[in-house]
Write a protein that binds this ligand. Sequence first.
Ligand SMILES: *[C@@H]1O[C@H](CO)[C@@H](O)[C@H](O)[C@H]1NC(C)=O
Ligand SMILES: [Zn+2]
Length: 387
Amino acid sequence: MKWTWLLPLLLVALAASQDESVEEELSLAENCDQEACQLPNCRCSSTDIPGNLQARDTPQFVLFTFDDAINVLNIETYRSLLDNRRNINQCPVGTTYYVSHEYTNYQLVNELYNKGQEIALHSISHRTPQTYWQEADVEVMRREFGDQRQQIAHFANIPTDAVKGVRMPFLQMTGNATFQMMTEFGLEYDCSWPTVTYIDPGLWPYTLDYASIQDCVVPPCPSASIPGKWVLPMVTWRDLNGSPCAMVDGCFAVPPLNDEDAWFQFIVSNFERHYLGNRAPFGFFIHEWYLATNQAVLRATVRFMDMLNNLHDVFMVNSADVIDWVKNPIPVDEYVKQPCKTIQSSQCSATSCGPLHSVHNSMDYWMQICTSCPQSYPWIDNPLGQN
Ligand SMILES: *[C@@H]1O[C@H](CO)[C@@H](O)[C@H](O)[C@H]1NC(C)=O
Ligand SMILES: [Zn+2]
Protein backbone atom coordinates (compact mmCIF):
# COMPACT_ATOMS: atom_id res chain seq x y z
CA MET A 1 0.00 0.00 0.00
CA LYS A 2 2.81 2.39 0.82
CA TRP A 3 3.75 2.55 -2.90
CA THR A 4 0.44 3.95 -4.06
CA TRP A 5 1.56 7.55 -3.52
CA LEU A 6 4.65 6.93 -5.60
CA LEU A 7 2.87 5.99 -8.81
CA PRO A 8 1.29 9.39 -9.50
CA LEU A 9 4.64 11.03 -8.78
CA LEU A 10 6.37 8.74 -11.23
CA LEU A 11 3.79 9.49 -13.88
CA VAL A 12 4.23 13.23 -13.39
CA ALA A 13 8.00 12.89 -13.67
CA LEU A 14 7.66 10.76 -16.79
CA ALA A 15 5.29 13.24 -18.41
CA ALA A 16 7.65 16.13 -17.64
CA SER A 17 10.64 14.40 -19.21
CA GLN A 18 8.62 13.58 -22.30
CA ASP A 19 7.54 17.20 -22.58
CA GLU A 20 11.16 18.28 -22.64
CA SER A 21 12.13 15.94 -25.45
CA VAL A 22 9.05 16.99 -27.42
CA GLU A 23 10.14 20.61 -27.14
CA GLU A 24 13.54 19.84 -28.64
CA GLU A 25 11.99 18.01 -31.55
CA LEU A 26 10.15 19.63 -34.40
CA SER A 27 6.40 19.59 -34.31
CA LEU A 28 4.37 18.18 -37.14
CA ALA A 29 2.97 20.94 -39.35
CA GLU A 30 -0.80 21.39 -39.18
CA ASN A 31 -3.18 22.27 -41.97
CA CYS A 32 -2.73 25.86 -42.97
CA ASP A 33 -4.71 28.45 -41.05
CA GLN A 34 -5.34 31.27 -43.53
CA GLU A 35 -6.29 33.68 -40.75
CA ALA A 36 -3.14 33.13 -38.72
CA CYS A 37 -0.77 32.78 -41.68
CA GLN A 38 -0.34 36.23 -43.21
CA LEU A 39 2.31 37.97 -45.28
CA PRO A 40 5.06 39.09 -45.04
CA ASN A 41 6.36 36.17 -42.98
CA CYS A 42 3.83 33.41 -43.51
CA ARG A 43 2.04 32.13 -46.60
CA CYS A 44 -0.03 28.98 -47.03
CA SER A 45 1.02 26.74 -49.92
CA SER A 46 -1.37 27.54 -52.74
CA THR A 47 -1.79 28.56 -56.35
CA ASP A 48 -3.51 31.81 -55.28
CA ILE A 49 -1.79 34.96 -56.46
CA PRO A 50 -0.25 36.83 -53.48
CA GLY A 51 -2.14 39.93 -52.39
CA ASN A 52 -5.28 38.65 -54.17
CA LEU A 53 -4.10 40.39 -57.32
CA GLN A 54 -5.68 39.70 -60.69
CA ALA A 55 -3.37 37.83 -63.05
CA ARG A 56 -3.27 40.81 -65.44
CA ASP A 57 -1.98 43.07 -62.62
CA THR A 58 0.66 40.58 -61.50
CA PRO A 59 4.28 40.89 -62.65
CA GLN A 60 5.37 37.73 -64.44
CA PHE A 61 8.75 36.87 -62.94
CA VAL A 62 11.14 34.67 -64.88
CA LEU A 63 13.91 32.90 -62.98
CA PHE A 64 16.98 31.87 -64.93
CA THR A 65 19.17 29.74 -62.68
CA PHE A 66 22.49 28.00 -63.32
CA ASP A 67 23.91 25.22 -61.14
CA ASP A 68 27.38 24.00 -60.13
CA ALA A 69 30.89 25.46 -60.31
CA ILE A 70 31.53 28.86 -61.92
CA ASN A 71 34.65 28.75 -64.08
CA VAL A 72 36.47 30.52 -66.91
CA LEU A 73 34.49 28.61 -69.54
CA ASN A 74 30.90 29.04 -68.37
CA ILE A 75 31.46 32.69 -67.36
CA GLU A 76 31.66 33.45 -71.10
CA THR A 77 28.08 32.26 -71.57
CA TYR A 78 26.92 34.16 -68.48
CA ARG A 79 28.59 37.37 -69.66
CA SER A 80 27.10 37.05 -73.13
CA LEU A 81 23.61 36.53 -71.70
CA LEU A 82 23.83 39.35 -69.16
CA ASP A 83 25.77 42.11 -70.83
CA ASN A 84 23.57 45.12 -71.63
CA ARG A 85 20.39 43.15 -70.98
CA ARG A 86 17.62 45.07 -69.26
CA ASN A 87 14.02 44.46 -68.36
CA ILE A 88 11.33 46.72 -69.75
CA ASN A 89 11.64 48.97 -66.64
CA GLN A 90 15.29 49.55 -67.65
CA CYS A 91 16.61 47.68 -64.60
CA PRO A 92 19.40 45.16 -65.32
CA VAL A 93 18.17 41.57 -65.49
CA GLY A 94 18.79 39.11 -62.66
CA THR A 95 19.87 35.47 -62.72
CA THR A 96 20.75 33.10 -59.89
CA TYR A 97 23.80 30.83 -59.50
CA TYR A 98 23.59 27.78 -57.25
CA VAL A 99 27.32 27.34 -56.72
CA SER A 100 29.13 24.17 -55.74
CA HIS A 101 32.62 24.66 -54.32
CA GLU A 102 34.91 22.28 -56.21
CA TYR A 103 36.65 24.04 -59.17
CA THR A 104 34.73 27.27 -58.57
CA ASN A 105 36.65 30.41 -59.46
CA TYR A 106 35.75 32.84 -56.68
CA GLN A 107 36.97 35.87 -58.59
CA LEU A 108 34.20 35.17 -61.10
CA VAL A 109 31.70 34.74 -58.26
CA ASN A 110 32.71 38.23 -57.16
CA GLU A 111 32.22 39.49 -60.73
CA LEU A 112 28.68 38.06 -60.98
CA TYR A 113 27.80 39.47 -57.57
CA ASN A 114 29.00 42.92 -58.63
CA LYS A 115 26.83 42.64 -61.74
CA GLY A 116 23.81 42.33 -59.43
CA GLN A 117 23.38 38.60 -59.87
CA GLU A 118 22.39 36.33 -57.00
CA ILE A 119 24.89 33.90 -55.49
CA ALA A 120 23.31 30.93 -53.73
CA LEU A 121 24.41 27.60 -52.26
CA HIS A 122 24.63 24.18 -53.88
CA SER A 123 26.91 22.46 -51.28
CA ILE A 124 30.64 22.18 -50.72
CA SER A 125 31.11 18.57 -51.81
CA HIS A 126 28.23 17.92 -54.27
CA ARG A 127 29.27 14.33 -53.71
CA THR A 128 27.82 11.06 -54.89
CA PRO A 129 26.01 8.80 -54.18
CA GLN A 130 22.68 10.54 -54.05
CA THR A 131 21.77 8.50 -50.93
CA TYR A 132 24.33 10.62 -49.02
CA TRP A 133 21.91 13.53 -49.49
CA GLN A 134 18.76 11.50 -49.09
CA GLU A 135 19.96 10.33 -45.68
CA ALA A 136 21.63 13.60 -44.66
CA ASP A 137 20.74 14.89 -41.22
CA VAL A 138 20.91 18.46 -40.01
CA GLU A 139 24.58 18.07 -39.06
CA VAL A 140 25.52 17.14 -42.64
CA MET A 141 23.48 20.11 -43.85
CA ARG A 142 25.37 22.45 -41.50
CA ARG A 143 28.73 21.27 -42.84
CA GLU A 144 27.69 21.31 -46.51
CA PHE A 145 25.62 24.52 -46.60
CA GLY A 146 25.99 26.51 -43.39
CA ASP A 147 29.78 26.35 -43.78
CA GLN A 148 29.54 26.98 -47.52
CA ARG A 149 27.87 30.31 -46.92
CA GLN A 150 30.87 31.43 -44.87
CA GLN A 151 33.25 29.91 -47.43
CA ILE A 152 31.78 31.68 -50.45
CA ALA A 153 31.52 35.01 -48.62
CA HIS A 154 35.16 34.68 -47.60
CA PHE A 155 36.79 33.62 -50.86
CA ALA A 156 34.63 35.79 -53.16
CA ASN A 157 34.65 38.67 -50.69
CA ILE A 158 30.91 39.22 -50.78
CA PRO A 159 28.58 39.92 -47.82
CA THR A 160 27.40 36.79 -46.01
CA ASP A 161 23.83 38.03 -45.82
CA ALA A 162 23.68 38.45 -49.61
CA VAL A 163 23.61 34.64 -49.75
CA LYS A 164 20.03 33.59 -49.07
CA GLY A 165 19.14 30.54 -51.12
CA VAL A 166 19.82 26.83 -51.29
CA ARG A 167 19.49 24.16 -53.95
CA MET A 168 20.20 20.52 -53.08
CA PRO A 169 22.52 18.45 -55.31
CA PHE A 170 20.45 16.22 -57.61
CA LEU A 171 17.36 18.02 -56.23
CA GLN A 172 17.46 15.38 -53.49
CA MET A 173 15.29 16.55 -50.62
CA THR A 174 16.37 15.84 -47.03
CA GLY A 175 13.06 16.08 -45.18
CA ASN A 176 13.21 18.70 -42.45
CA ALA A 177 17.01 18.86 -42.25
CA THR A 178 17.64 21.49 -44.97
CA PHE A 179 15.06 23.82 -43.47
CA GLN A 180 16.31 23.31 -39.89
CA MET A 181 19.79 24.24 -41.08
CA MET A 182 18.35 27.29 -42.89
CA THR A 183 16.77 28.45 -39.63
CA GLU A 184 20.05 28.11 -37.76
CA PHE A 185 22.05 30.00 -40.38
CA GLY A 186 19.50 32.62 -41.34
CA LEU A 187 19.03 31.41 -44.92
CA GLU A 188 15.75 32.39 -46.52
CA TYR A 189 14.57 30.00 -49.21
CA ASP A 190 15.08 26.62 -50.84
CA CYS A 191 14.68 26.06 -54.58
CA SER A 192 15.03 22.26 -54.86
CA TRP A 193 11.48 21.01 -54.66
CA PRO A 194 9.78 20.22 -57.98
CA THR A 195 6.03 20.09 -58.38
CA VAL A 196 4.37 18.03 -61.07
CA THR A 197 0.83 18.47 -59.77
CA TYR A 198 0.66 22.25 -59.41
CA ILE A 199 1.78 23.54 -62.76
CA ASP A 200 -1.45 24.85 -64.29
CA PRO A 201 -2.19 26.93 -62.32
CA GLY A 202 1.32 26.97 -60.85
CA LEU A 203 2.30 26.87 -57.20
CA TRP A 204 3.50 30.20 -55.80
CA PRO A 205 6.28 30.41 -53.15
CA TYR A 206 5.11 29.72 -49.60
CA THR A 207 6.45 29.18 -46.09
CA LEU A 208 6.69 26.00 -44.02
CA ASP A 209 4.84 27.29 -40.96
CA TYR A 210 2.00 24.96 -41.92
CA ALA A 211 1.68 21.70 -43.82
CA SER A 212 2.48 21.91 -47.53
CA ILE A 213 0.05 20.72 -50.21
CA GLN A 214 2.95 20.18 -52.61
CA ASP A 215 3.52 16.75 -54.17
CA CYS A 216 6.75 15.11 -53.03
CA VAL A 217 8.65 14.06 -56.15
CA VAL A 218 12.03 13.19 -54.58
CA PRO A 219 11.31 12.14 -50.97
CA PRO A 220 11.81 12.77 -48.09
CA CYS A 221 10.02 16.14 -48.04
CA PRO A 222 9.59 18.27 -44.91
CA SER A 223 6.54 17.66 -42.75
CA ALA A 224 7.50 19.65 -39.64
CA SER A 225 6.46 23.23 -38.98
CA ILE A 226 9.50 25.39 -39.78
CA PRO A 227 8.30 28.98 -39.43
CA GLY A 228 9.30 31.63 -41.91
CA LYS A 229 11.35 29.42 -44.24
CA TRP A 230 10.34 29.77 -47.90
CA VAL A 231 9.87 27.11 -50.53
CA LEU A 232 10.40 28.44 -54.06
CA PRO A 233 8.75 25.56 -55.93
CA MET A 234 10.33 24.29 -59.12
CA VAL A 235 7.20 24.32 -61.27
CA THR A 236 8.03 21.69 -63.86
CA TRP A 237 7.92 22.08 -67.62
CA ARG A 238 6.19 19.63 -69.89
CA ASP A 239 8.27 18.03 -72.61
CA LEU A 240 6.87 17.27 -76.08
CA ASN A 241 5.29 14.05 -74.77
CA GLY A 242 3.73 15.84 -71.80
CA SER A 243 6.20 14.38 -69.29
CA PRO A 244 7.35 16.72 -66.53
CA CYS A 245 10.91 18.02 -66.15
CA ALA A 246 12.31 20.20 -63.35
CA MET A 247 15.47 21.20 -65.20
CA VAL A 248 15.35 22.15 -68.88
CA ASP A 249 18.32 19.89 -69.58
CA GLY A 250 16.42 17.10 -67.86
CA CYS A 251 13.56 17.17 -70.35
CA PHE A 252 13.48 13.99 -72.39
CA ALA A 253 11.26 14.50 -75.45
CA VAL A 254 12.71 17.76 -76.75
CA PRO A 255 12.93 19.31 -80.21
CA PRO A 256 16.02 18.47 -82.30
CA LEU A 257 19.01 20.03 -80.58
CA ASN A 258 19.99 21.89 -83.74
CA ASP A 259 16.53 23.37 -84.39
CA GLU A 260 16.45 26.91 -83.02
CA ASP A 261 12.87 27.66 -84.10
CA ALA A 262 11.46 24.49 -82.60
CA TRP A 263 13.30 25.19 -79.36
CA PHE A 264 12.00 28.73 -79.23
CA GLN A 265 8.44 27.39 -79.64
CA PHE A 266 9.04 24.75 -76.98
CA ILE A 267 10.24 27.36 -74.47
CA VAL A 268 7.42 29.78 -75.27
CA SER A 269 4.73 27.12 -74.94
CA ASN A 270 5.94 26.34 -71.40
CA PHE A 271 6.18 30.04 -70.57
CA GLU A 272 2.63 30.70 -71.74
CA ARG A 273 1.21 28.24 -69.22
CA HIS A 274 2.39 30.75 -66.58
CA TYR A 275 1.97 34.04 -68.41
CA LEU A 276 -1.55 33.30 -69.63
CA GLY A 277 -2.36 31.53 -66.33
CA ASN A 278 -1.86 32.58 -62.70
CA ARG A 279 1.59 34.07 -63.36
CA ALA A 280 3.39 31.85 -60.87
CA PRO A 281 7.14 32.55 -61.31
CA PHE A 282 8.43 30.81 -64.44
CA GLY A 283 11.62 28.85 -63.87
CA PHE A 284 14.22 28.35 -66.59
CA PHE A 285 16.46 26.02 -64.57
CA ILE A 286 19.45 24.77 -66.52
CA HIS A 287 23.14 23.84 -66.47
CA GLU A 288 25.34 26.02 -68.66
CA TRP A 289 26.93 23.03 -70.44
CA TYR A 290 23.63 22.32 -72.17
CA LEU A 291 23.63 25.76 -73.79
CA ALA A 292 27.33 25.61 -74.61
CA THR A 293 27.06 22.25 -76.36
CA ASN A 294 23.80 23.06 -78.15
CA GLN A 295 24.25 26.42 -79.82
CA ALA A 296 20.76 26.34 -81.36
CA VAL A 297 19.28 25.99 -77.86
CA LEU A 298 21.45 28.94 -76.75
CA ARG A 299 20.20 31.05 -79.66
CA ALA A 300 16.60 30.11 -78.89
CA THR A 301 17.21 31.08 -75.26
CA VAL A 302 18.59 34.48 -76.29
CA ARG A 303 15.58 35.01 -78.54
CA PHE A 304 13.30 34.11 -75.64
CA MET A 305 15.12 36.58 -73.35
CA ASP A 306 14.81 39.30 -76.02
CA MET A 307 11.08 38.62 -76.18
CA LEU A 308 10.74 38.78 -72.37
CA ASN A 309 12.65 42.04 -72.18
CA ASN A 310 10.11 43.64 -74.53
CA LEU A 311 6.99 42.59 -72.60
CA HIS A 312 5.64 45.31 -70.32
CA ASP A 313 4.76 42.97 -67.42
CA VAL A 314 7.60 40.42 -67.48
CA PHE A 315 10.81 40.63 -65.45
CA MET A 316 13.93 38.47 -65.33
CA VAL A 317 14.98 38.75 -61.69
CA ASN A 318 17.01 37.04 -58.98
CA SER A 319 15.24 34.30 -57.04
CA ALA A 320 15.45 36.26 -53.78
CA ASP A 321 13.73 39.20 -55.50
CA VAL A 322 10.70 37.00 -56.11
CA ILE A 323 10.52 36.09 -52.41
CA ASP A 324 10.75 39.81 -51.59
CA TRP A 325 7.86 40.58 -53.96
CA VAL A 326 5.71 37.74 -52.57
CA LYS A 327 6.26 39.10 -49.05
CA ASN A 328 5.02 42.48 -50.18
CA PRO A 329 3.02 42.02 -53.38
CA ILE A 330 2.34 45.12 -55.46
CA PRO A 331 0.66 45.42 -58.84
CA VAL A 332 2.80 45.64 -61.93
CA ASP A 333 2.05 49.33 -62.58
CA GLU A 334 3.49 50.14 -59.16
CA TYR A 335 6.34 47.65 -59.53
CA VAL A 336 7.65 49.31 -62.70
CA LYS A 337 7.85 52.68 -60.96
CA GLN A 338 10.22 51.42 -58.30
CA PRO A 339 13.86 52.45 -58.66
CA CYS A 340 16.29 49.72 -59.70
CA LYS A 341 18.17 47.98 -56.91
CA THR A 342 21.64 49.24 -56.21
CA ILE A 343 24.44 46.92 -55.18
CA GLN A 344 27.37 48.00 -53.08
CA SER A 345 30.27 46.75 -55.09
CA SER A 346 32.70 44.42 -53.39
CA GLN A 347 36.43 44.54 -54.14
CA CYS A 348 38.40 41.55 -55.30
CA SER A 349 42.14 41.44 -54.64
CA ALA A 350 42.67 38.74 -57.20
CA THR A 351 44.96 36.00 -55.90
CA SER A 352 45.93 32.71 -57.44
CA CYS A 353 46.75 29.95 -54.97
CA GLY A 354 48.29 26.54 -55.38
CA PRO A 355 49.09 23.82 -55.46
CA LEU A 356 46.74 23.30 -52.51
CA HIS A 357 46.65 19.78 -51.18
CA SER A 358 43.29 18.21 -50.59
CA VAL A 359 43.07 15.66 -47.79
CA HIS A 360 39.81 14.06 -48.94
CA ASN A 361 41.12 12.82 -52.29
CA SER A 362 44.90 13.56 -52.13
CA MET A 363 44.67 15.81 -55.18
CA ASP A 364 46.29 19.20 -55.70
CA TYR A 365 44.09 22.12 -56.73
CA TRP A 366 44.55 25.72 -57.79
CA MET A 367 42.17 28.37 -56.54
CA GLN A 368 41.35 31.83 -57.88
CA ILE A 369 40.13 33.90 -54.96
CA CYS A 370 39.74 37.46 -53.68
CA THR A 371 41.54 37.05 -50.36
CA SER A 372 44.82 35.62 -49.13
CA CYS A 373 45.61 31.98 -49.83
CA PRO A 374 44.41 29.15 -47.60
CA GLN A 375 46.74 26.50 -46.17
CA SER A 376 45.08 23.59 -47.89
CA TYR A 377 42.25 22.95 -50.31
CA PRO A 378 39.01 23.89 -48.50
CA TRP A 379 36.48 21.10 -48.05
CA ILE A 380 33.76 20.04 -45.62
CA ASP A 381 34.92 20.37 -42.01
CA ASN A 382 37.65 22.70 -43.27
CA PRO A 383 35.65 25.23 -45.34
CA LEU A 384 38.28 27.99 -45.20
CA GLY A 385 41.27 25.65 -45.72
CA GLN A 386 42.85 26.75 -42.47
CA ASN A 387 44.26 23.38 -41.51
C1 LIG B 1 10.07 15.93 -39.87
O1 LIG B 1 9.55 16.30 -38.60
C2 LIG B 1 8.29 15.70 -38.34
C3 LIG B 1 7.78 16.32 -37.03
O2 LIG B 1 8.68 16.11 -36.00
C4 LIG B 1 8.44 14.19 -38.26
O3 LIG B 1 7.18 13.60 -38.02
C5 LIG B 1 9.00 13.69 -39.60
O4 LIG B 1 9.26 12.31 -39.52
C6 LIG B 1 10.29 14.42 -39.93
N1 LIG B 1 10.70 14.03 -41.25
C7 LIG B 1 11.88 13.47 -41.52
C8 LIG B 1 12.11 13.01 -42.89
O5 LIG B 1 12.73 13.33 -40.65
ZN1 LIG C 1 24.45 20.27 -59.27
